[in-house]
Design a protein around this ligand. Structure first.
Ligand SMILES: Nc1ncnc2c1ncn2[C@@H]1O[C@H](COP(=O)(O)OP(=O)(O)OP(=O)(O)O)[C@@H](O)[C@H]1O
Length: 282
C-alpha cells in the first residue's frame, strides 16, 4: 500500500512548551487512522501541521507525496477535506445555498450536493436555514462540506465529540462509505468505541509522545493477560492463569454454582490506553 501520510520525529514547540516531542507514524492510503489521546496530548497540533495551518518546529512530514513546504499549494489544499472546530457554515443561508457555494468553489456538480446530503440523511432539510438546525445536523452538514470535492484525504478533529448516538452513528456510516471509495481518513478522538469500530490503525498519543500504535485488535491482543477472570455470587473475584496446570481448577469453576461470571481478559482499547499511560481517555 502507498503511504498517505508519513511523519518522522515531528516536534512542535510553543514558546518553551513542547506540544509534540518527536512523534513518528505512517498512514497507508485508503485506511482510517486514529490519533487517540487525552486533552492536551497534541492531537489538534498534529492535524494542524498536516493541513498546513501550523509550521513544524522539527522533523519531516509528508502527505500524499507533498512535503510541508508545499502544504500551501492550491493542488495540495484541493486534495484535503477538513472537519475541525474551525469549520463553519453561513448561519443565515440555507443548507442548499451553503453547499452550493462551496461546490462552486471547487467546480463540483450540483448533484454531488444532493448525494452527500442523502448519505447523511439530511436531504429533507435542504431548504432549512443553518441557524435553525440542531448541533448534530450542523456537524453532518460540515462533514458534507468537507467531502463535496471528493478529497483524497480527510482530516477530522474529534468529528463526533459531544454528539448524540444517532448523529454519531450516521457520521460513522458516512465515514465508512467515504473510506470504501478509497479516501484516506485521519481522525482524532477520545472515544475508544469509535476508534475500535472505524480505525484500521490507531496511535496512542500521550503528552506529545506516541506510546504505541497498531490495529485496535493487535493492541488489544498484545496487552491481554493470559488469565480467566472469575466473579462469585458474593462479589469476590479470582484470576486463574490459563495453562494446563490449572485445568482442574478452571473446570471446577465452570461447574461451580457460586460462579456468576467467567471471562478471559480481552481489554477494550480504553483499558489498553489506561494500562500503558495510567490515564483514562476522557
Ligand atoms: N497556539 C498555541 N499556543 C500555545 N500553546 C498551544 C497552542 N496550541 C496548542 N498549545 C498547547 O499544546 C498542547 C497540545 O494541544 P492540542 O490542542 O494539540 O491538544 P489536543 O490533544 O488536541 O487536546 P484536546 O483534546 O483538548 O483538543 C497543549 O498543552 C496546548 O496548551
Amino acid at each position: 500500500m502507498k503511504t498517505g501520510i508519513s511523519v518522522k520525529a515531528l516536534e512542535k514547540h510553543f514558546n518553551n512548551e513542547k506540544a509534540l516531542k518527536g512523534i513518528s507514524f505512517k498512514v497507508a492510503q485508503g485506511e482510517i487512522f486514529g490519533l487517540l489521546g487525552p486533552s492536551g496530548s497534541g492531537k489538534t497540533t498534529t492535524i494542524k501541521i498536516l493541513t498546513g495551518e501550523l509550521e513544524p518546529t522539527a522533523g519531516q512530514v509528508e502527505v500524499l507525496g507533498y512535503s510541508h513546504e508545499a502544504f500551501k499549494k492550491s493542488d495540495y489544499v484541493r486534495s484535503l477535506g477538513i472537519l475541525s472546530d474551525n469549520s463553519s457554515l453561513y448561519e443565515r443561508l440555507t443548507v442548499k445555498d451553503n453547499l452550493t457555494l462551496f461546490r462552486k468553489l471547487y467546480g463540483t456538480e450540483q448533484k454531488k450536493v444532493d448525494q452527500v446530503l442523502k448519505e447523511v440523511g439530511l436531504e429533507s432539510h435542504i431548504n432549512k436555514r443553518v441557524k435553525d438546525l440542531s448541533k448534530g445536523m450542523k456537524q453532518r452538514i460540515l462533514l458534507c462540506k468537507a467531502v463535496l470535492h471528493e478529497p483524497e484525504i480527510l482530516f477530522l478533529d474529534e468529528p463526533t465529540s459531544a454528539l448524540d448516538p444517532v448523529t454519531t452513528e450516521s457520521i460513522h456510516t458516512m465515514l465508512l462509505k467515504i473510506k470504501s471509495r478509497g479516501t484516506t481518513i485521519m481522525l482524532t478522538t477520545h472515544n475508544m468505541d469509535e476508534a475500535t469500530k472505524l480505525c484500521d490503525t490507531v496511535a496512542f498519543l500521550n503528552d506529545g509522545v506516541i506510546i504505541d500504535d497498531g490495529s485496535p485488535d493487535a493492541l488489544r491482543q498484545s496487552y491481554r493477560s493470559n488469565a480467566m477472570h472469575i466473579t462469585y455470587n458474593d462479589g469476590t473475584t479470582k484470576q486463574i492463569a490459563l495453562n494446563l496446570e490449572n485445568k482442574a481448577q478452571l473446570e471446577a469453576a465452570m461447574f461451580d454454582a457460586n460462579v456468576v461470571n467467567m471471562k478471559s481478559d480481552y481489554p477494550t482499547l480504553g483499558e489498553v490506553f489506561k494500562k500503558v499511560t495510567g490515564k483514562e481517555l476522557v
